[in-house]
Ligand binder design. Structure first.
Ligand code: ADP
Ligand code: MG
Length: 232
């Protein structure tokens, strides 16, 4: 599909963690732009800075220096309330460990984040939840709880939950790390399909090079820096 305006722009991002007397330079000056409709993978070894980078983009944590522009808004200029509002409206998160609520069924898990948005009517909410669950291929498991689903199905629920909010960007930090390789490929294929058909903009991270064969844009990170062709 064609890609459009930038959704995220990172300009010279650094992040230094202070651990007692020790400083850990997790990101050492990263500039990167993600456009609407893109499907991007951040690839790097464990400890290279992938989660730190995704946490910056997701407004979960702040950079030490540098700017983040999210859908035209300089995140640094916002107070905490505005920042979490922006995060809730613009970004859908998918986690390595799925983060589903065990006592809720598939429908209720997908519905949960929409309940806090007063702009969405009950009827629209129900429509969106049904559509997202159908889009991830779980239409027949709607009343199952997470413990009645396989790992791959649980991750599909988490993808549906991220999609239901119609976010500008869906971010997934190592979404396949807890899945076997066949299931991992199926999850990547699902995300690629959603990107092609629903025009969902995806950013995901992995340490697994072999998952990357079908991904058009790979950004390699090592030791807190973008490397090789990723440096654009
Ligand atoms: P990845 O997700 O690629 O495995 P991370 O972003 O988690 O990498 O970590 C990058 C570096 O930052 C590592 O050296 C890690 O130990 C360090 N780090 C990550 N989070 C913290 C933290 N909260 N405090 C101190 N150091 C951290
Ligand atoms: Mg990580």
């Amino acid at each position: 599909m064609t890609v459009g305006a930038p959704i995220v722009e990172l300009i010279g991002i650094t992040k230094t963690y202070q651990l007692g007397e020790t400083k850990v330079e997790a990101l050492k000056g990263i500039s990167l732009s993600l456009k609407k409709g893109e499907f991007t993978a951040i690839v790097g070894a464990s400890g290279s800075g992938k989660s730190t980078l995704l946490n910056m983009i997701g407004c979960i944590d702040e950079p030490t220096t540098g700017s983040i522009i999210l859908d035209g808004v300089d995140v640094h200029s916002l107070d905490d309330n505005k920042k979490s509002d922006l995060r809730n409206r613009k970004i859908g998160f998918i986690f390595q460990s799925f983060n589903l609520i065990p006592v809720l069924d598939v429908f209720e898990n997908v519905e949960l984040p929409l309940l806090i948005n007063p702009a969405i009517s009950a009827a629209e909410r129900t429509d969106r939840v049904h559509q997202a669950i159908k889009d991830v291929g779980l239409g027949d498991r709607i009343r199952n709880r997470p413990d009645q689903l396989s790992g791959g199905q649980r991750q599909r629920v988490a993808i549906a939950r991220a999609l239901a909010g119609n976010p500008a960007l869906v971010m997934a930090d190592e979404p396949t790390a807890n899945l076997d390789s066949t299931t991992s490929f199926k999850i990547i294929d699902l995300m690629l399909d959603l990107n092609a058909k629903r025009h969902v903009t995806f950013l995901f991270s992995t340490h697994d090079e072999k998952l990357m064969s079908k991904v058009s844009r790979k950004v390699h990170i090592a030791d807190g820096m973008l490397v090789g062709a990723s440096k654009v």
